[in-house]
Design a protein around this ligand. Structure first.
Ligand code: 3H9
Length: 706
């Protein structure tokens, strides 16, 4: 054993005749410029040291390497470039072995593929997730991977972005051996020594033969292109991945690398890359809240759910899925039985599709109990109310909870609009009360708005975030206002859509324009899916307090008055004959809209898709700026996350605030001022938007400050 040579983020140490190279760059060993330089130096060192017969690459901590340092993208490049480092590793005259544990992702897997041999620990995840960031593997991954495992398997890896287990990687030929144990160094040294004993020489992925059948490879590319056409609608990088793999099939290795580089740079320059990487970091920012610096979560071993409707049952499933026991309380045995059936139905579907075993279903349901008496909630650490959306009903529930909940239990309301402070006042301990606004279906949707009331204690908030962590949800901290972050903003851009509808755009044109922007469905398809009666109830509740100066479009009410609530009633804005899930335009709806235009004295005018998108987005951004200005959201990127994870905003556009920055806040403000000439009461520029636009700043500058 000889002395170790520290080299910044990469350490080298000789273990007998093996040079052990350890990437040690917390938290995830991302390939920063220092790491790349350290790797290049280590390979030079191995080449120049006659006592070194082989090189072992390992990662310190929980991962091998999580990939390129994505914080560097969009900044001036710093040498050495990762593709050059990979080529240098591959060219090394001595065998290079990579021992993989934890994440071996993106550029991390590309480093491993440039090595000559790979041993993977059971917990290793080998993947090329660049597509999720708007990129393609740009350090030889598109050329080496298909040469090792064939075009079809390589495309699966690159287009899905999903990692492989160690076992699957060995079976596919991406790794050579699966080691047992949890110590990458020991496993790597053992494997390297065995290779040396067998006289193993460098074996380069560039020489892999899995693309030898050119016709089959081209057919695989064609098939993959057809398979993903619908699922990657609007995305830029998937087609570039296909092009890069085509280059691997058709061109010699070095030319393929050059093609990959050119395609990678196109992706790097695309706004989609910026949007997706913004979303990656935004998702990790939301859990950074002031309360977590002040307090620890309370105990969280059992959960009570009040209400067995769609929402309550979905919440119960989410909690059961996280391994926690649930007590569901309903008013009577019949309602409780329906609640239990809803929970069972979710698991029955999963078992039916082969996605859950019958044993697992039984294990989850064994954690579920039901009761019709609130006393059953006496032991719950956290109780979530999911009853009818009505202030008096909710206050009555909380008054009862106040009597039965144990001291220190956290009491949560799943209201989507109502004043959490008023609900909290129905108890003697408002510090224990918060809002947990789940989105439907609650066991699937990632977003959870954690609504912090005026008197909510820091450890109550921390417990809400802890629940989100256990449920693998994306928690976003919200203050109290009508609709919190998401629904408050939604109400305003829905209003902008309604105004366009009355002014001349059909709901079908509006939906198409919003889909063209990248949403999976338009606002009126959404209303039909959720049920028009829900928004109608809210509009009726707000009728008394509505600002009379604000224009009120009555078209949606006309449909609701006819009982046309959408899919569940067979018609809404669209027709759903015979239980169809896909709606068709309804001439009667267009006639009702025409009659409403006449009643309101509106002469219809045409709207292009661009007109529709600009108004829709401007209304969203303006209200989002108000939400931020009033401290309802902590930071712009939290609002982005609400819309990305709860409302279908296209992830590749980064969310409304990121999108606004890209369009330019001065341009958004100019639009709003132009629209205000028609309707100054609705199009009131947000003071924050004005301030930022006029001082040449953007929303991103507030993220950094948060
Ligand atoms: C690429 O490789 C391109 C190449 O093909 C070509 C180049 C030429 N960079 O997720 P966590 C941070 S593209 C910088 O909470 P976990 C993260 O922000 C890359 N930072 O932990 C967080 O910071 P903070 C392809 C990164 O244990 C902290 O690390 N690779 C990176 O739940 C902990 O992260 C990927 O797409 C990064 N690459 O999950 C993999 N990754 O504490 C991306 C993470 O300040 N990473 N951070 O909030 C992951 O999927 C997960 O982070 C991982 C760990 C599974 C590794």
């Amino acid at each position: 054993m000889t002395a170790s040579v520290p080299a910044g983020a990469v350490h080298t140490r000789r273990d007998g005749d093996v040079l052990v190279v350890t990437i040690d760059h917390p938290p995830v060993n991302a390939l920063s410029a220092d790491v790349r330089a350290g790797l290049a130096r280590a390979i030079d060192q191995a080449g120049g040291d006659p006592q070194v017969r082989a090189v072992l690459l390992t990662g310190a901590g929980n991962n091998f390497i999580a990939g390129a340092d994505i914080r560097e993208f969009g900044k001036p490049p710093r040498p050495p470039a990762l593709p050059d480092v990979c080529n240098q590793i591959e060219a090394c005259a001595k065998p290079v072995v990579a021992a993989l544990h934890g994440a071996a992702l993106g550029g991390g897997l590309e480093v491993a593929l440039a090595a000559h041999y790979r041993v993977a620990l059971p917990n290793a995840k080998l993947g090329l997730p660049e597509v999720t960031l708007g990129l393609l593997p740009g350090a030889g991954g598109t050329q080496r991977t298909p040469r090792l495992i064939g075009a079809a398997a390589a495309l699966d890896l690159m287009l899905s972005g999903k990692p492989m287990t160690a076992q699957a990687a060995v079976a596919a030929g991406l790794a050579d051996e699966q080691a047992s144990g949890a110590d990458p160094l020991a496993a790597g040294l053992d494997y390297t020594r065995r290779l040396l004993a067998q006289g193993a020489k460098p074996r380069r992925s560039r020489d892999g033969q899995a693309l030898a059948d050119k016709a089959a490879s081209l057919a695989a590319i064609h098939a993959a292109g057809q398979r993903i056409a619908a699922s990657t609608r609007g995305l830029f990088s998937p087609a570039k991945i296909l092009d890069a793999v085509r280059a691997a099939v058709e061109q010699p290795f070095d030319e393929g690398l050059r093609a990959e580089r050119a395609l990678f740079l196109q992706c790097l320059d695309s706004p989609q890359r910026a949007g997706l990487i913004h979303a990656f970091f935004a998702e990790r920012e939301t859990a950074k809240i002031p309360e977590l610096k002040q307090a620890k979560p309370r105990r969280l071993d059992s959960v009570g759910v009040i209400g067995g409707g769609t929402m309550g049952a979905g919440i119960a499933v989410a909690v059961l899925d996280a391994g926690l026991p649930v007590v569901m309380v309903e008013q009577d045995e019949a309602a409780l039985a329906r609640g239990r059936q809803r929970v069972e139905h979710v698991y029955d579907l999963l078992v039916g599709k082969g996605r859950m075993s019958a044993d697992e279903r039984a294990a989850r349901l064994a954690r579920f109990t039901g009761a019709t008496d609130y006393a059953a909630l006496g032991e719950a650490d956290l109780i979530i109310e999911a009853v009818f959306e009505d202030m008096d009903v909710k206050r009555a529930v909380f008054a009862q909870l106040d009597r039965v909940a144990k001291p220190g239990a956290v009491l949560a309301t799943n209201t989507s609009y109502l004043d959490v402070d008023r609900i909290a006042q129905a108890t003697r301990g408002p510090a224990d009360v918060l809002g947990l606004h789940f989105f439907s279906p609650a066991n699937i949707m990632k977003l959870l708005e954690v609504v912090v009331g005026r008197q909510t204690a820091a450890d109550t908030v921390a417990t809400g975030f802890e629940l989100a962590r256990r449920l693998r949800k994306i928690p976003v901290r919200a203050g109290v206002c009508d609709g919190f972050i998401g629904n408050r903003i939604l109400a305003v851009h829905r209003q902008a859509a309604d105004m366009m509808m009355e002014d001349g755009a059909s709901p079908y044109e509006i939906d198409a324009a919003v889909r063209d922007f990248g949403y999976p469905m338009g606002p009126y398809q959404m209303v039909d899916l959720a049920g028009g009666d829900i928004g109608w109830a809210t509009r009726k509740r707000r009728a008394a307090t509505r600002d009379p100066a604000l224009r009120y479009v009555q078209i949606p009410d006309r449909l609701c008055e006819r009982g046309w609530f959408g899919q569940k009633t067979g018609r809404g804005f669209y027709l759903y004959p015979d239980g169809a899930r896909q709606g068709t335009p309804d001439p009667e709806v267009l006639a009702i809209i025409d009659a409403e235009r006449q009643r309101a004295g509106v002469t219809p005018r045409p709207f292009s898709a661009e007109d529709i998108q600009r108004r829709y987005l401007a209304a969203m951004i303006n209200e989002a700026a108000n939400v931020l200005h009033q401290g309802i959201a902590l930071r712009p990127s939290d609002i982005d996350m609400v819309f990305l994870s709860g409302y279908g905003f296209p992830r590749y556009r980064g969310g409304p605030m990121h999108y606004a920055d890209r369009v330019g806040l001065a341009n958004v403000l100019a639009d709003i001022r132009a629209f205000a000439k028609e309707d100054p009461a609705f199009w009131k520029p947000s003071p924050l938007l004005v301030e930022l636009a006029e001082s040449g700043r953007d929303f991103a500058s507030l993220n950094q400050a948060a």
